[in-house]
Design a protein around this ligand. Structure first.
Ligand code: AMP
Ligand code: MG
Length: 408
């Protein structure tokens, strides 16, 4: 076990935390309709070919290109009509088949001419354009071949995965069960929105940020509310939380002040692995166990809680959920600012991409990077990294991670 009081850099902290993540073992079958945000516990192999048959991509006429002579107007008799959902018969030479989008292309036809390029005269159709073989035909299996793996285990399902699963005919999927996360918030000064704010009090914004972050990741959240700044109260809530949860997440009370009781409370019931991370926002982060249940204590400052969740708790949870991808995608982009203050903590600044005179994006940062300034996170589109020990001059390339890579 590491020395809990050692200062870690952000990479070491993440590595340590991920080393403790234990994937959920329990799986369950659910309806594909409920798969949004869930993580597949099994690779999915298609038993069907998608699309099942060569079919038309247009409303128009299925033809054989051999019936067309270059430079001559083609005039073919319409021999059959094939709406979607029905199957035609083999195309007789010198005829065309009226066909609609999604209908199977009849044997003998090798192109579909869209109706906008055709004129109908009685039972004949005149073609203005010479078709190319294969035109407007969607080939059988061009999306999915029978027997192929469409999704590996560990994928978190988005709407498009749900559609893909449905397209191979699966009404149910095997997923990991939802991670149960117990959440509470420390601070005598914290009150719930809807209540009247007395002097010295502030609203519990972290509850909403963290609830949104956890629910966005498909967790089942048990909210234990606001806990006063006392050792007894903190121990009491930990005792309730640990046996109902796979993970306990808290905000506030993890500094080393007299009013910070989370550390002592966790140590009463378990152990604490990690303490300070050389980063801004968010220096104090606690990780340990309470009666064997993993515990992560986040700093109370609203931007710190948000950023440390995105950078540490999210990848940890992804791994606990059985997810495969834990590294968010970042981009090296030019800074549109100067950063002269060289620090010994890595700064994760709320930033946006803005097109410069030549149209190429550059990283712009919010003027107030205070760890309590939640408007910076709302204004921002992501986090830009200022490495410890470095200054940044306008035009230097810095790492930018969009929020789309850090949420959900
Ligand atoms: P702490 O980590 O407990 O020292 O808190 C650091 C700062 O974050 C203090 O200014 C707290 O008032 C503030 N804070 C703590 N918890 C919350 C919360 N749930 N919502 C909003 N601000 C908070
Ligand atoms: Mg506090």
């Amino acid at each position: 076990m590491s020395d809990p009081r050692k200062m870690l850099n952000a990479d070491e902290a993440l590595e340590q935390l991920l080393g403790h993540a234990r994937p959920i073992a329990e799986v369950e079958h659910i309806h594909t309709t409920h798969a949004l945000g869930r993580v597949l516990a099994q690779a999915l192999v298609s038993t069907v070919t998608v699309p099942p048959l060569d079919n038309s991509a247009m409303d128009g006429y299925a033809v054989a290109c051999a019936d067309f002579k270059p430079g001559e107007e083609a005039r073919l008799k319409v021999g059959q009509r094939i709406p979607a959902g029905s199957v035609g018969h083999a195309l007789e030479p010198g005829t065309a088949a009226r066909i609609f989008t999604g209908a199977p292309v009849p044997p003998g036809a090798d192109a579909v001419v869209m109706q906008e390029d055709c004129t109908v005269e009685g039972d004949e159709v005149i073609f203005r354009a010479m078709p190319k073989p294969g035109a407007n035909i969607r080939r059988a299996g061009e999306d999915i071949a029978a027997g192929s793996e469409v999704l590996p285990a560990g994928v978190r399902m988005r709407p498009q995965e749900m559609g893909l699963i449905a397209s191979i005919g699966l009404a149910e999927v095997l997923v990991y069960r939802k991670l149960r996360v117990a959440l509470f918030f420390t601070g005598d000064e914290i009150v719930m929105p809807g209540e009247t704010l007395e002097v010295g009090e502030i609203y519990n914004s972290n509850r909403y940020t963290l609830l949104g972050l956890l629910e966005g990741m498909g967790c089942r959240v048990a909210d234990f509310g606001i806990v006063p700044d006392s050792l007894e109260a903190t121990v009491e809530v930990l005792k309730q939380a640990w046996h109902e949860a796979d993970l306990i997440v808290t905000s506030g009370g993890v500094s080393v002040g007299e009013e910070d009781h989370v550390k002592a409370a966790v140590e009463t019931l378990g152990n604490l692995d990690m303490w300070k991370v050389a980063m801004k926002p968010g220096k104090p982060i606690a990780h340990g166990t309470v009666q064997g249940t993993p515990f992560i204590g986040l700093p109370g400052n609203p931007v710190s809680a948000f950023a440390t969740f995105c950078l540490f708790v999210r990848p940890y949870i992804l791994r606990c959920q059985g997810g495969e991808t834990v590294t968010p995608r970042s981009y090296l982009l030019p800074a549109a600012f100067d950063w002269t203050k060289v620090g010994n903590r890595r700064e994760f600044v709320r930033a946006r991409l803005e097109p410069q005179a030549d149209g190429a994006p550059a990283v712009v940062i919010y003027p107030n990077q205070g760890s309590g300034v939640l408007t910076s996170a709302v204004w921002g589109e992501g986090l830009a990294e200022i490495r410890e020990g470095t200054a940044v001059a306008r035009g230097d390339r810095i790492k930018f991670t969009p929020f789309t890579e850090l949420l959900g």
